[in-house]
Design a protein around this ligand. Structure first.
Ligand SMILES: *Cc1c(COP(=O)(O)O)cnc(C)c1O
Length: 824
């Protein structure tokens, strides 16, 4: 929330056309999503232009929510605004995003307290969160919610900084050249932190140096820049290009401003600080992994630079706990679904969590369990705003935990219950008869809400498949961007969405704006409908036994032969139904499809039964991912095009035409026709091999170490005694086997897993429910997390090792493996 601003004041300094119908009104906050407006009167609605949508389209909705200030794109012909948005002030500009950024710059210029700006390849969000937590023991801190670090996220975060804060912390991320200059103007950090420079190859930069230079633009004008001297490229660049007195370096070893060396022990780690004046201090932390320890040392140096004393910093570090920062959707007891967000609790975070909740399918009640808010500012105003949010998002049932929230209980409506602390709630939890409800659990760390989650979540054995919904969004948008703007996207969610869980993923795709879904068999479509999915669903392999499901569940069958067409007609006539159908054309896949020489017959059937509306025509490419098949692919495309023309001629209208699968979108974007069929790519695997680094990892399959054994040279391991210790060493038994989808072909060293970041090869044969891996030389402990597929363990390589393809590994992940969905 910012100081009151009036559109005219802003328009004076920014080019555009102002239509004023009520010059008196002002705003104190901005919204870019009309569904999220809950205090319309104080809001400026900004209609951003996206890939597919222009936010302008939603101005009616925003008006309905009470908004009377609009910043929209100028379009021709102009609208009659007094009719469309009566009583509102409208500022029409060429580029609304640029105007939003300008507004953020304006707000930044009002701020007199220091801002910390964080950039780098990894750790930005963690450093921001930890720094915020430790500093908040001493200062009133404002910071960006979650990882809001983009061209849109940064200005929105900057606009949430208020006059009562004493320090602001914002993170900045870029994906291409030219972006950081804009972010720099919005953040203008007094203190900059460069976290580190990853080695990941980045499409939009010629080389790592160019990326480094771009990132460092965040610090132009900064008074101090914190970096790690052991990061050689970063140190070299900054030391050559910035004045010495601005640089604050730290390192493992002497030679920089702060030496921060680490010693691991069983309880955690000690970080020994030696300051420039040789003063020493030892910090203690429970973290042992190198990423956390690097992040923590950046935080320590930042706190010291901002004037905190070492023992005060230590107090803060002691309260950091390694719990999940992510918003996670997981199955709960009694068929409930749980949204777990037990990391922090402020208004911005609450809003994000409620919005996420709003996007979920739901059968029972919407329940919110909320602790006292941890946020600086006018307490009453904060709870009042929280109450408004709760009302806006239609919570059916509210449970508040803590003395403060109870004191402001009046703001949370009638169906609100309050407990003084978490243990009190836990004792009474069974009274709420939770069943099939959607429960958002959101609390500040000190309330230990993970205890509530533990009690309510479904119990499971140690193996989980984590699905990163943000990565699905990223991948979806990546493919979307490669297509002309009108091209529709059908997403393949067959085979349980390639193993990920079709209902949750379909639901997410629905919110991303996918146009169509496709499944292989009717029962997959029925399941999606039962789970509340509303998008049109195409069923590829229909048969006569499932026709009765089509109408009830609004499924659209594929007609792939004259036989199935006749059978469908027969059924439709008897039941007087008029379904939309899709025609699959045979062009060379030789799986399903209507042959070219059957077109005559097809024409006469269509002529006789015009009530069957043809929604689309498609064919499937047999070798879209490989250049060796290019000629064949061209022939398929040509033949498809010819067949389409003929069919359209006798049909008399033009259905959607579609050919491309994921690899096809990359390799033949010029043949996108009206729609594409996106599959494996949205799940993070780029099978043409060209663009893997542009996609984000969606799936992480994780399990745990159940037992560790110290073995002698010559000891055999597992069934058939196939594993053999060639030296004295150690094995770990992990809780995953071929029944969970860990392929038996991974036996005897063909597969490996990651434990503590190191590769542990499979030793002996994979068993049904367990596997033994060689951990000689790895400092592993029982209970450690094991990464089976995920970051740093590319699934296409594993697949290649055993002569299969990523599709098979993903779709084989067993049903008993619990799926967790999160936003990071
Ligand atoms: C599975 C499938 C796709 C998607 O293929 P990907 O390689 O996963 O992108 C597209 N079209 C049809 C007909 C399919 O069966």
């Amino acid at each position: 929330m910012m100081d009151k601003l009036n559109l005219r004041t802003f328009a004076e300094g920014y080019p555009g056309k102002l239509i004023e119908q009520d010059p008196g009104i002002s705003f104190t906050q901005v919204a870019i999503d009309s569904r999220k407006i809950f205090s319309g009167g104080d809001t400026l609605f900004i209609g951003l232009k996206g890939n597919r949508l222009n936010g302008r389209q939603f101005s009616d909705e925003a008006h309905l929510a009470g908004t009377r200030n609009f910043l929209l794109s100028q379009e021709t012909p102009d609208t009659n605004w007094s009719e469309k948005l009566p009583g509102a002030n409208i500022f029409l500009v060429e580029n609304p995003l640029d105007a939003l950024q300008q507004l953020a710059i304006w707000n930044r210029n009002q701020i007199r307290y220091p801002i910390v700006g964080i950039t780098g390849s990894n750790g930005k969000t963690i450093i921001k969160e930890w720094l915020g937590q430790i500093l908040s023991h001493q200062y009133r801190v404002g910071k960006s919610p979650k990882s809001y670090n983009s061209q849109i996220g940064v200005p929105l975060s900057a606009l949430s900084l208020e006059s009562y804060h004493q320090i602001g912390i914002l993170e900045a991320g870029i994906s291409e050249k030219g972006e950081m200059e804009k972010l720099n103007r919005i953040i203008r950090p007094e203190l900059g932190i460069f976290t580190n420079l990853g080695t990941a190859h980045d499409e939009n930069f010629t080389n790592a140096e160019e990326k480094l230079i771009e990132k460092c633009k965040l610090f132009s004008g900064s008074r101090y820049i914190i970096y790690r001297k052991d990061q050689k490229a970063v140190a070299d660049y900054l030391e050559k290009n910035r004045e010495r007195d601005k640089l604050i370096s730290w390192s493992e070893v002497p030679g920089s401003d702060y030496t921060l060396s680490v010693k691991n022990d069983d309880a955690g780690s000690r970080i020994v600080l030696i300051k420039p004046d040789l003063d020493m201090f030892t910090f203690y932390t429970a973290f042992r992994d190198s990423a956390s320890l690097e992040n923590l040392r950046h935080v320590i140096v930042a706190c010291l630079t901002l004037g905190m004393k070492p023992h005060a910093i230590q107090k803060g570090i002691a309260t950091l706990r390694n719990i999940d920062m992510r918003l996670t959707l997981k199955p709960g007891i009694n068929r409930c679904n749980i949204i777990d967000d037990t990391y922090n609790n402020d208004l911005a975070g609450l809003e994000i969590a409620l919005e996420f909740m709003g996007l979920q399918r739901q059968s029972g009640r919407k329940i919110l369990i909320l602790s006292d808010m941890v946020q600086a500012g006018n307490e009453e105003r904060i709870y009042q705003k929280a109450g408004k949010l709760v009302g806006h998002y239609g919570i059916d049932f509210f449970i508040g935990v803590g003395e403060r929230i109870k004191a402001f209980g009046e703001y949370f409506g009638e169906k609100a219950y309050f407990f003084r602390d978490t243990s009190h709630l836990l004792e009474n939890l069974q009274d709420f008869k939770l069943e099939e409800d959607l429960i958002l659990i959101k609390g500040a760390r000190k309330f230990y809400f993970e205890e509530i989650v533990k009690k309510l979540e479904e119990k499971f054995h140690g193996t989980v498949l984590e699905i990163n919904l943000n990565a699905i969004s990223h991948n979806f948008n990546f493919y979307k961007q490669r297509l002309a703007s009108g091209t529709k996207v059908m997403v393949m969610v067959k085979a349980f969405a390639y193993g990920g869980g079709s209902a949750e993923i379909a639901n997410h795709l629905q919110s991303l704006g996918a146009d169509y879904l496709a499944v292989a068999y009717a029962d997959e479509g029925v399941y999606l409908r039962q789970k509340g999915i509303r998008l049109p669903i195409m069923v590829m392999n229909t048969d006569v036994n499932t026709f009765h499901l089509l109408d009830e569940y609004r499924l659209e069958p594929v007609i792939y032969s004259i036989r199935i067409f006749n059978e469908l007609i027969h059924y439709v006539k008897n039941h007087s139904l008029f379904p939309s159908v899709h025609l699959e054309l045979e062009t060379g896949m030789r799986r399903l499809g209507i042959d070219r020489d059957a077109l005559q017959e097809l024409a006469s059937l269509i002529h006789d039964y015009p009530e069957l509306k043809v929604a689309s025509l498609y064919t499937h490419l047999a070798g879209a991912d490989e250049a060796v098949h290019d000629k064949f692919t061209q022939k398929q495309l040509q033949q498809f095009s010819d067949m389409c023309d003929k069919i359209i001629a006798f049909l008399g209208y033009t259905p959607l035409r579609h050919v491309l699968n994921s690899a096809g979108i990359i390799r033949y974007p010029e043949y996108a026709f009206d729609m594409v069929r996106l599959g494996i790519g949205v799940y993070g695997v780029e099978v043409s091999g060209r663009e893997q680094s542009s996609l984000q990892q969606v799936f992480s399959l994780k399990t745990v170490v159940s037992q560790i054994k110290e073995l002698e040279k010559g000891d055999s391991i597992g069934y058939g005694r196939k594993g053999m210790m060639t030296e004295k060493g150690r094995t770990a038994t992990i809780a995953i086997g071929y029944a969970d989808g860990f392929d038996r072909r991974f036996s005897n060293g063909r597969g490996y897993v990651l434990i503590r970041g190191q590769r542990a090869p499979v030793i002996g044969n994979v068993c049904m429910d367990m596997t033994m891996v060689d951990i000689s030389g790895i400092d592993a402990k029982e209970g450690d997390t094991v990464i089976v597929y995920g970051e740093n363990i590319p699934i296409y390589q594993l697949a290649e090792n055993i002569g299969t393809i990523p599709y098979e590994l993903l779709t084989n992940i067993g049903e008993r493996v619990k799926r967790l969905y999160y936003l990071d």
